[in-house]
Design a protein around this ligand. Sequence first.
Ligand code: GRG
Length: 292
Amino acid sequence: MGDETVERMSFGDTLKNVGKRIDGRRAEILLHHGGTLPQAMTYALSGGKFFRAFLALEGCRLHAVADDAATDAALAIECIHAYSLVHDDLPCMDDDDLRRGLPTVHKQWNEAVAVLAGDALQALAFDLMLHHRMGPHRSEAARVLARSAQRMVSGQMQDIEAETADEPLSLKSITQLQSSKTGALINWAATIGPQLAAQDTSALNSYANALGLAFQIADDILDVEGDAATVGKAVGKDADAGKATFVSHLGLDGAKRRAGELVQEACDALSIYGDDAETLKEAARFVITRTH
Ligand code: GRG
């Protein structure tokens, strides 16, 4: 009889494997196009954690979506995420020089390249989602992606308007803003499996709602406690700008406590999947222990 101990892969290794799968598919699509635009798109799609891709692949696995469709859906959400980061880093928005430990796209090339690479990444996401390999429910899934991207942009707009508002945002308003800005893409990623399989999205939807909020609280905590070299981008910007955040409202300890409660809520929402959801639970725990 063999050794029945099953070694579980660490969550870090799981994310690395997701990264390889997405990089491989991205290379198939972009590498044979020469020129600056595909290079800048490749640069923007590289070096992240691939957390949203992981969520998409895991939801697809739980709902028996074909591997090719799952990979392309995971790449599609990383395209939207990468576009948002490239545009967010521009001087007219957050004006950042560093992203994922490297120069931002407009620093590596210039602002025009950054705008165009973001535009092309967004279009590529819908190109992937509307291909027939995505199956019979692809138009609805693409529409939900379009609405999620619009929610993200509207969250970004509210964030920009809050910078010049007379009053700092209340905790309730920050929660609503972040559920759009950060939560909408996380929610789409976590639910694309049951969307493509035309099955019930409610458990993964509840999981993602709690997880998205925990993710943003962790981001606010990293902005205070992290160091730029590890986080891979500038830190301390929110406090310097006097911006209302989960940490400014709840304090560091309160924010950590709230994030812990949300992780528990996220895990509880997965009960219908039994042991099959263990990696998604690890992902929820990773969100509040991550250092970048
Ligand atoms: C400019 C259209 C437009 C939208 C901007 C997402 C966003 C909206 C701005 C990015 C800035 C920010 C702090 C967003 C909160 C979401 C977040 C924490 C993004 C970083 O996600 P990670 O940690 O990044 O998954 P990696 O690099 O690992 O992919």
